[in-house]
Design a protein around this ligand. Structure first.
Ligand SMILES: C[S@@+](CC[C@H](N)C(=O)[O-])C[C@H]1O[C@@H](n2cnc3c(N)ncnc32)[C@H](O)[C@@H]1O
Length: 444
């Protein structure tokens, strides 16, 4: 293995990240952003990926295996699907392997390799999807890292990438500066951690880390591993939103969407800007500038998790009536009844991000909800409505206008997605979670 930073490898050999106990696989499945197949299909593959024909995913810098395990569990029964895990750290890979063993996953290939060696590793083949979370900002050259990932991406393929955000990590970078001053020439990782603990316990309320204590509390969640990763990392760069777009586009890729719902919403001017005049000004700018403004206005975005694609617009399209709309993560079974009993009234959802989400039902919203069951296509839903209404002036186009007004709100929250009818229904996270628990209960 070549082409890696030795201090970075040393860190992840001593402190594999994130801290995971393989036995926890018997109790739960960690989900990771950018790796939910239902969302990935909508955002990256036009909702048309069946994942059945030898779908190949690469987890680059897979660490202790969260994304690898999550993907392999979802792809468990998909014909010919394969997850390739690559990392430079043996200790991290051993934990990921043990997690896979406990789960009985046989669709993972583990390789010890640096990302920067991918372009010449022809034996790896090419991938439909590459996930790389929290790794590229630790390379000596993040541009070369992204180019290396692109070199193993199939035409039409996509990536899920997480890199650090500039403004949300203000306190962390101050802390890293502080620890460099305190630690001087100290080489022992354990002593550096002990010093960092001493510093953290001495922070006054005025310190930036203290002020944003619960923003990225890895040092509290993961102990020594978190202390090192957050405050003592030997190589750590960050991106602001304009820099993120430039970095991705320089490789001929397109930033398709921000993958974390709550944070995508934070970049939406309408979620925060109350002053209508200011809102008008901000919304007059292109989307990149709107998001650049919101990143600073909001202030606490410490990671950017994005889908990047070789295609300009890989999202699923509402223009195809063979698409199946389905609820995702929520099942608002009582919405139809609410509309039936409260004609014309607004529906207000309380989102976990603290915002109130309002839907103003349009003339046909109720009927769409009545037939939207996660199996019917738009064509089938609309046919049912036509049969009920027997009114030739109500066209598919009119029904779609009403659907779109509802979908625009739901998609912001990832509460509803669409997939092509050729793609079979796939399990939601709660169903995947209960898989292992069910197996264990049966085995007990
Ligand atoms: C912060 S951890 C992230 C782990 C995992 N992706 C996650 O999000 O849970 C960074 C990982 O990148 C790996 N890494 C660092 N440099 C690498 C390189 N040049 N090639 C492959 N992996 C690398 C480290 O060994 C470590 O496991």
């Amino acid at each position: 293995m070549e082409n890696f930073l030795q201090p970075v490898k040393d860190q992840y050999e001593a402190y594999p990240y994130p801290q995971r106990n393989p036995k926890d696989e018997l109790k739960m499945l960690w989900s990771t952003y950018g790796c939910n197949l239902l969302e990935m299909n909508y955002y990256c593959f036009g909702g048309k990926e069946t994942f059945q024909n030898g779908f190949r995913v690469l987890d680059a810098g897979g660490g202790t295996g969260d994304s690898t395990i999550f993907l392999a569990e979802q792809l468990r029964d998909m014909k010919g699907a394969e997850v390739v895990y690559a990392d430079i750290s043996t200790a991290s890979m051993d934990i990921a392997k043990e997690r896979a063993r406990i789960r009985g996953l046989t669709n993972i290939t583990f390789i010890q390799k640096s990302i920067l060696d991918f372009p010449k590793a022809k034996e790896m083949g090419k991938f439909d999807y590459v996930t790389c979370s929290g790794v590229l900002h630790h390379l000596e050259d993040s541009d070369a890292g992204l180019a290396a990932l692109k070199s193993v991406l199939k035409e039409g393929g996509a990536m899920g990438i997480m890199v650090y955000g500039k403004y949300g990590r203000t306190g962390i970078y101050q802390m890293q500066d502080l620890m460099r001053l305190v630690n001087g020439d100290e080489e022992s990782m354990a002593k550096k951690i002990a010093n960092a603990k001493g510093v953290v316990s001495s922070l006054p309320a005025s310190n930036w880390v203290k002020m944003a204590e619960n923003l990225a509390p890895d040092h509290k969640t993961f102990g020594d591993i978190g202390y090192y990763d957050l405050f003592l990392h030997s190589h750590d760069r960050c991106f602001d939103i304009p820099g993120l777009y430039t970095w991705i586009e320089k490789q001929g890729l397109h930033l398709t969407e921000f993958a974390i719902t709550e944070w995508r919403n934070m970049l939406d001017p309408e979620m925060f800007i109350k002053d209508q005049n200011l809102l008008k000004i901000v919304k007059s700018y292109d989307i990149k500038k709107q998001r650049a403004i919101m990143e600073i206005l909001v202030g606490n975005i410490f990671k950017h998790t994005v889908y990047a694609s070789s295609m300009e617009n890989p999202k699923a399209s509402l223009d195809d009536l063979d698409m199946v709309p389905f609820f995702h993560g929520i099942s608002p079974s009582n919405v139809y009844e609410f509309m039936e009993n409260n004609p014309g009234r607004q529906i207000i959802f309380n989102h976990k991000n603290g915002h109130k989400i309002t839907i103003n039902p349009q003339p046909y919203t109720k009927m769409i909800f009545k037939y939207l069951d996660g199996n019917r296509t738009f064509k089938e839903i609309f046919e049912q409505i036509h049969q009920d209404l027997k009114d030739e002036t109500v066209t598919d186009e009119k029904l779609m206008v009403d659907f779109k007004s509802m979908f625009e709100t739901f998609i912001k929250l990832d509460w509803m997605l669409i997939r092509h009818k050729s793609v079979s229904k796939m399990p939601e996270l709660n169903e995947l979670q209960s898989r292992m628990i069910k197996l264990n209960t049966q085995a007990a």
